[in-house]
Design a protein around this ligand. Structure first.
Ligand code: MCN
Ligand code: CUN
Length: 782
């Protein structure tokens, strides 16, 4: 049955609908008897009226069963769906398309190839409309209106902080700096694209939907809410998220393909598969970033930073499909005071519609933290450069001090714990900072360009406390259910969903540590709404801070019950028992004890009269606070004056995510995260021409780093436990992606600083650097 194929990893081919978890079940490989396939007709225009859709030729193609369009779906009132920010997204358009590659119609056929032929045979007559791609132009009076159902292209204005105090502090500051920083649109590009298999069982009026989602329960609730009028109530919907081949935030939103597949399965009674090809995935799924930030800092000549003011235009494309907690339309952007002790700060963000695909997902980033970190870490360097201070020195001077934790930031967050100077010092020692500065001075004197960049970031992960955090009203609890079987083995289920982060290993380790059941005898399950406790899924590095805490607390509940059973078995008083990992014993008589396995057996065979039998527990965890992992990264670059090519010579990353459950998994997360930080810093970017035509809808144009381009990462660690997390752990899955780009950009600007260069936007391509060198007459003469 097993068959190895694909590049770089083996996958088991699943021949029928019996799917085994954790062994390589990708939607792409699903086969079921009678399964039908969908393929999507997409718009070549970024803005156009649909005059007519001609389906005759497609319908004449053998194997094509139906062409589904917007008006068909409208009959059932499922032509629109809500986005995570309660905006509206078309499933299929009734009469107008709003971005290039938007879904126009869907072809249902007996196999994927025939469906594609059907798509090619559908002819659509369009009337092109004026297009607006630049968010600044979209805000001008008289601009083309993207949305017919809205007053203007301005979606929302959001501000946070003390505006008056900040303005006063700026007015009286000795030094101020200001830069425009653009953080470009990028795409997730997971190994697997999005897809699903919808299977409608008409006899039992039951829908099973296998889909590439990071948040199966939330999807189930949303499906129930939008299809309740069709009889699909929540108990009749089962969402299963199998191996999804990478998430990175891109698999949090719902996409039209899922909805069309469900509709097609309900109408035909057959299982229906939809899977994107790479271009569809790159061109039409939700994007990340696209923040135009005007950043200002104020401070003193001695390097003390006092005040921060950021103004941002956020390009959301044609609908606000950002995946953010409801209360924060710009996510956690207001973590932008970073690792520094600012006295005042004020941020404002304006969301804007343009004729581009929906944007605003958090590409490996806890809700806009990457944008915040990039801006503050770049600006700290800009300030240092202006007053002639060293980049490490200004950081050491302004860091929130270890004794200030818990620390309330100028923008209202309460940082749980941290030791920023220790992390930076460690990174400086590892890389040999002082020697590098000497080498740089010598090289500069010889006309060689070398730069050193630091990023001392603070993350904010673990959404989140129910007081402030919900998505579409659903509070962001963690959840864990553990059942200990009679033989002392266990199954644990969670409301999260691993996409490659190794939850099967690390959750089992948490429970093993708490209960003494060996990790290999703890089966971890996620992603099936029929079996897992309700949960909001995996993104924003929330699994460890929230569901990881649940695992510890549910284990402790089991231990409490186990103690009562042990007391019964040992005929001892509960208060006289002591715990060592895996065993209760009588104080003072260590040989008189019962192991967790003996206790588990007794829970089903010999439990105390009056007690409930069995040994299991459920915990829903409402975290008291978020966790604030941090780190200091240092990057050394050499620039080729002939070509503008930037070579990363060394990159040291010191991370602190509190207690590490599994150091190897943490290192893997950091390696992957650094590579995904390097990618947008040096290579990745999605752009459009003035007609809304995408550049970068395939891997020839959208540059993903491979092992060849990726630098060698050197890792270090410090451990500052979270005081409020049951085992002291903080999240780590995104830290490196958040922290890395600024270190790289800072290194490049540092290499060019003596020319008067103060900023350079990512991605830092050779061409961009060469142009900067050329402007300053610093290219190599032939
Ligand atoms: N861990 C640990 N000790 C800690 C913190 C974490 O051992 N102190 C372990 C965890 O137990 C878990 C892993 O590290 O196995 C990541 O944990 P965590 O930081 O809680 O993050 P999540 O599990 O919630 O994963 C989400 C995060 C996000 S948001 C993106 S995006 C991302 C990332 O994880 N997507 C990934 N890493 C990814 N890795 C893979 N392979 N594929 C993705 O799609
Ligand atoms: Cu922030 S991307 Mo991850 O949240 O799935």
């Amino acid at each position: 049955m097993a068959e190895v194929h694909g590049i770089g990893h083996s996958r088991k081919r699943v021949e029928d609908a019996r799917f085994i978890r954790g062994q390589g079940n990708y939607i792409d490989d699903f086969k079921m008897p009678g399964m039908l396939h969908l393929a999507i007709v997409r718009s070549p225009y970024a803005h156009a009226k649909i005059k007519a859709i001609h389906t005759e030729k497609a319908m004449a193609t053998p194997g094509v069963l139906a062409v589904i369009d917007g008006p068909t779906l409208q009959k059932y009132n499922v032509h629109n769906m809500p986005t995570l920010m309660s905006d509206t997204q078309m499933v299929l358009p009734i009469d107008t398309v709003k971005y290039q590659y938007q879904e126009v119609a869907a072809v249902l056929a007996t196999d994927r190839y025939t469906a594609a032929d059907g798509v090619a045979a559908v002819e659509v007559d369009y009337d092109p409309l004026p297009v607006v791609v630049d968010p600044f132009k979209a805000l001008e009076p008289g601009a083309t209106k993207v949305r017919d159902d809205k007053e203007s292209n301005h979606i929302w204005h959001w501000e946070w902080g003390d505006k008056d105090k900040t303005n006063q502090d700026f007015d009286k500051a000795e030094v101020t700096v200001k830069e425009n920083i653009y953080i470009p649109r990028i795409h997730v590009a997971s190994i697997e694209t999005c897809g699903c298999v919808a299977k409608w069982d008409a006899t039992n009026t039951h829908l099973t939907l296998w889909m590439t989602t990071q948040a199966p329960h939330a999807i189930r609730t949303v499906v129930a809410l939008i299809t309740g009028h069709l009889g699909l109530s929540e108990e009749k919907i089962r969402i299963i998220s199998p191996d999804i081949g990478g998430g990175f935030g891109g698999k949090v939103p719902a996409y039209p393909g899922y909805v069309i597949a469900v509709a097609a399965s309900i109408v035909t009674g057959a299982p229906v598969k939809w899977i994107e090809d790479r271009t569809e995935n790159l061109a039409a799924d939700s994007f990340g970033r696209d923040y135009h930030i005007t950043a200002e800092l104020a401070g003193k000549k001695d390097g003390t930073l006092t005040s921060l003011r950021f103004k941002t235009i956020a390009d959301h494309g044609y609908t606000d499909a950002a995946a953010q907690p409801s209360k924060f339309p710009a996510g956690m952007f207001h973590i932008c005071t970073g690792s520094y002790d600012f006295k005042s700060a004020f941020v404002e963000v304006d969301g804007v519609y343009t004729n581009k695909p929906p944007g605003g997902i958090a590409y490996r980033c806890s809700f806009r933290v990457t944008e915040a970190v990039h801006a503050i870490e770049r600006m700290t360097d800009v300030f240092a450069q202006k007053i002639g201070m060293d980049a490490a020195e200004i950081r050491m001077k302004n860091f929130i001090k270890p004794e200030q934790f818990p620390y309330k930031s100028a923008l209202g967050w309460e940082y749980d714990s941290g030791n920023y100077p220790a992390a930076l010092q460690k990174a400086m020692d590892m890389i040999g900072y002082d020697d590098l500065r000497k080498e740089q001075a010598e090289k500069r004197a010889r006309g060689e360009f070398m730069g050193i960049g630091i990023s001392s970031f603070t993350e904010i992960v673990g959404a989140g406390p129910s007081k402030d955090f919900d998505i579409l009203g659903l509070k962001m609890f963690g959840s864990c259910e553990i059942r200990v079987h009679p033989t002392g083995k266990a199954i644990a289920r969670f409301g999260t969903k691993s996409q490659g982060q190794g939850h099967e290993t690390t959750y089992a380790q948490i429970i093993a540590e708490e209960l003494g059941i060996p990790a290999e005898h703890i089966k971890v399950e996620e992603g099936d709404t029929d079996t897992a406790p309700y949960g909001l899924g995996t993104y924003a590095s929330r699994s460890t801070p929230v569901d990881g805490a649940s695992a510890a607390i549910a284990s402790r509940k089991i231990r409490d019950k186990a103690k009562k059973i042990a007391a019964h078995l040992l005929e001892a008083n509960e208060d006289d028992l002591e715990w060592e990992t895996g065993r209760f014993f009588v104080k003072g008589s260590p040989d008189q004890g019962k192991t967790i396995q003996e206790i588990a057996f007794a829970a089903y065979t010999n439990h105390p009269q009056g007690m409930e039998g069995g040994l299991e527990a459920v915990n829903y965890y409402d975290p008291p606070n978020l966790t604030y992992p941090f780190g200091s990264y240092i990057c050394v670059v050499d620039i080729d004056r002939g070509t503008g090519q930037v070579k990363i010579r060394r990159f040291v990353a010191v991370d602190d995510c509190g207690v590490r459950i599994n150091p190897m998994i943490v290192e893997g997360q950091i390696h992957g995260g650094l590579t995904m930080g390097f990618a947008p810093a040096m290579m990745e970017e999605i752009t459009y021409d003035e007609n809304g035509n995408i550049h970068g809808a395939n891997f020839m144009d959208y540059l993903l780093p491979t092992a060849v381009e990726t630098p060698k990462w050197e890792l270090g660690e410090t451990v500052t436990p979270s005081p409020h997390h049951p085992i002291g752990a903080k999240g780590v899955g995104e830290s490196a992606t958040v922290g890395a780009p600024a270190a790289i950009a800072n290194a490049v600007v540092d290499a060019l600083a003596h020319l008067g260069v103060t900023t350079i936007d990512i991605p830092i391509t050779a061409r961009k650097v060469w142009e900067v060198l050329n402007q300053h007459g610093a290219t190599l003469e032939e």
